[in-house]
Ligand binder design. Structure first.
Ligand SMILES: Nc1nc2[nH]c(O)nc2c(=O)[nH]1
Length: 462
């Protein structure tokens, strides 16, 4: 018999961001799915059931993170590039990242996902595009192992870089692979790990890194491979003016035209950042139904610009939210990112640019749609039991309870959940990751980070 979870007497429940809020509701989870919502409470469960008193809590669908680089958690806040723009930041950090090994991949994945889960995220992707020459193991396997250890719903991308400095690209030789290596491993990853179910715990996507780090040929072949197997495709696009200049000089066209030529555009494609689109390019995104992962903190941190989210949403373009890699954020605080998304639009378009409800909708249903999870992102009967549960009875929320859900974005300095539920399991329980030593992980991550910095300082050959 499936075990059940009964959330009782919920202070404020927002099952979807296009529907009503309930006060005093009960929500029943059976197995890994939402079974029932009783708006006025009095729901009874039979059999083996854990009951959680939610009388101080706001309950919302779990947040979805649509772009990250987990390994960068080990090189965040590096003083040499705290004030650098993207290309200078990358050129410096490639020389540290080339020391990423199996231990670094596994522990940075644990660290990033732990932070995400503690701040309300229940489904995440990752974009690991960096494969140092010395790395021989099953990188994606390590990431899935970390996700399964924590209980996170996970859809990583098999990233890639093939265009090094000697061929006119940005990264050094030490972190790129040949196109044959990339395509072979991409196919292996799809066959080994991809699950097409609308509420799968594991999916994958393919992600050539960016116009200045992969060849046109690899972009075309990756798009064809992804379509052969029906997996999503992803890349960085229109993040900086430097990228647009690169595309003009190398290919004689703008980034979006390059994507069109490579077939890397469409309903099964999402771009990270998407800041510098012109009006015509926005129409192309609209017509092709291409999705955008908006990364406000990173865009501010690197001084890249402000994404035209308000206009995109007005045109029906699906825009989701993402924390981006931890070296340009420099955290994986998902709730904070939704707040940043809401606020940054106001800098560009004024105080009514984006509501709290719109920002949450982008970060739940919008993200699930982008990642192709058809039964994730809403709390409805038969949908995935992924929930973020915040205690708003604490000091940072005091005085804000005229709108409890919006208070999560407008107020609060502690963005941690009291409970996070993924696939029907409580994975954060009274603020703590279940079955996991957070202190030990922090110490391990610091030790690996220190080792990488020391190797970089010595200029060790990989
Ligand atoms: N914000 C980031 N942009 C990128 N472009 C690229 O090629 N790599 C990155 C990255 O790691 N972060």
């Amino acid at each position: 018999m499936s075990s059940s979870l009964l959330l009782k007497n919920i202070y404020c429940l927002q099952p979807t961001f296009d529907g009503p809020q309930y006060h005093g509701a009960d929500l029943l989870i059976v197995g890994n799915k939402v079974e029932a919502i009783a708006p006025t409470g009095n729901l009874q469960a039979i059999g083996k059931v854990r009951t959680i008193d939610c009388s101080k809590h706001v309950v919302i669908p779990g947040l979805v993170n649509t772009h990250h680089h987990f390994y960068q958690t080990l090189t965040r806040n590096h003083p040499a590039v705290q004030n650098a723009k993207l290309f200078d930041w990358l050129k410096f950090l490639y020389e540290v990242w080339k020391y990423v090994d199996e231990d670094a991949v596994y522990h940075s994945s644990l660290l990033a996902m732990a932070e995400l889960m503690k701040t309300g995220c229940t489904l995440t992707t990752d974009h690991h595009y960096l494969y140092p020459r010395s790395f021989k193991g099953d990188l994606m396997g390590l990431q899935f192992e970390a996700a399964d250890t924590l209980g996170m719903r996970f859809s990583p991308t098999r990233g890639s870089m093939s265009l090094s400095k000697k061929d006119g690209g940005l990264p050094p030789d030490s972190v790129v692979q040949t196109e044959d290596e990339i395509l072979m491993d991409s196919e292996r990853c799809i066959k080994t790990y991809h699950d097409n179910a609308p509420d799968a715990m594991h999916k994958i996507a393919l992600a050539p890194c960016s116009p200045f780090s992969v060849t046109k040929g690899l972009m075309k072949e990756t798009a064809a491979l992804g379509r052969k197997y029906g997996v999503r495709l992803h890349t960085h696009l229109c993040e900086t003016y430097d990228e647009a200049d690169f595309c003009q000089e190398m290919y004689g066209m703008r980034p979006v035209a390059l994507m069109q030529e490579c077939g890397l555009i469409g309903e099964d494609v999402w771009y990270a950042h998407g800041i510098h689109f012109n009006d015509e390019e926005l129409k192309i995104l609209q017509q092709t139904k291409t999705h955008i992962a908006h990364c406000p903190s990173s865009n501010m941190r690197l001084g890249s610009g402000i994404c035209r989210v308000k206009e995109m949403l007005g045109m029906g373009i699906n825009v989701a939210v993402a924390v981006d890699g931890s070296a340009s954020n420099d955290s994986s605080d998902m709730l904070a990112e939704v707040r940043q998304a809401m606020l940054l639009q106001r800098v560009r378009y004024g105080s009514d640019a984006l509501t709290a409800s719109q920002a949450f909708s982008m970060a739940t249903e919008g993200g699930a749609k982008l990642l192709n999870f058809g039964k994730v992102g809403r709390l409805e009967k038969g949908w995935a039991a992924d929930l973020a549960i915040f205690d708003v009875s604490t000091l940072p929320y005091a005085g804000s309870q005229s709108d409890p859900v919006a208070s999560l974005l407008f107020c609060g300095t502690n963005h941690n959940t009291d409970y996070t539920i993924i696939n029907g399991k409580v994975v954060v329980d009274r603020g703590q990751l279940v079955g996991f030593d957070e202190q030990e992980l922090a110490q391990k991550a610091n030790a690996i980070s220190k080792r990488m910095m020391e190797m970089a300082a010595r200029g060790e050959i990989v």
